[in-house]
Design a protein around this ligand. Structure first.
Ligand SMILES: Cc1cc2nc3c(=O)[nH]c(=O)nc-3n(C[C@H](O)[C@H](O)[C@H](O)COP(=O)(O)O)c2cc1C
Length: 190
């Protein structure tokens, strides 16, 4: 796969097979995040990996899924929920940390896609509860959670115009459709 074909084929996954993710695969994702571009090369992000089932269930309980179609793409713990979680941490909440996290998470998503894994980047996190669950201190601010697992859905992309509805939706077959605005409507040259 080329980088472009991987990026084009990646979709957010919210339904998973109830199977563990190999630790070596998670290490590959994290290693990609480690060397990703970051502001001033400060490397302030830290990663908390949760795979132990009892703790993972608690992390799962702090997350909200697919707001446009809730609860139709909300996974159920032990049935179709992701089994691995990477909590992306920074010393505080500022725009540069969010930019660094965005780049690092995209690296992880690309590597996961190449491995046949699925991911969901989650910002709808009950950060206060999760910080307590993970015994974080005040210098460990939760930016995002990345949920990872073996995909059990195959969302598809549909091209739309900039004036169309951008909300993802389920089609008649229950497949998630993700609208993306056509390139020519996003870009101007010179
Ligand atoms: C910053 C950010 C926060 C997100 N937060 C959530 C979330 O809390 N819950 C969720 O189900 N998806 C979340 N997503 C996933 C988006 O809904 C998803 O990327 C979008 O619908 C486009 O789908 P695609 O990733 O398949 O292109 C988030 C994505 C980003 C980039």
């Amino acid at each position: 796969m080329t980088a472009l074909s991987t990026i084009l084929s990646r979709r957010t996954i919210r339904f998973y097979k109830p199977l563990p993710v190999k630790a070596d695969d998670l290490r590959d994702l994290l290693n990609g995040a480690r060397v990703t571009s970051c502001a001033a090369n400060l490397q302030t992000l830290r990663y908390r990996v949760v795979t132990e089932p009892a703790l993972a269930e608690k992390v799962f309980g702090t997350l909200a899924w697919a707001g446009y179609i809730r609860p139709k793409r909300t996974p159920v713990w032990g049935v179709n929920a992701p089994t691995a979680y990477i909590v992306v941490l920074a010393p505080d909440d500022n725009a540069t940390h969010h930019a660094d996290a965005g780049a690092a998470i995209q690296s992880m998503q690309i590597i996961a896609t190449e491995k046949g894994l699925g991911c969901c980047w989650l910002g709808a996190v009950d950060r206060k509860v999760l910080a307590t669950i993970l015994s974080l201190n005040e210098k460990q601010h939760i930016l995002y959670v990345v949920a990872i697992g073996i995909p059990d859905e195959q969302p598809t992309q549909v091209d739309i115009s900039a004036t169309d509805d951008i909300k993802y939706f389920l089609d008649d077959n229950g497949r998630l459709n993700v609208p993306k605005i056509k390139l020519d409507e996003l870009v101007t040259w010179n």
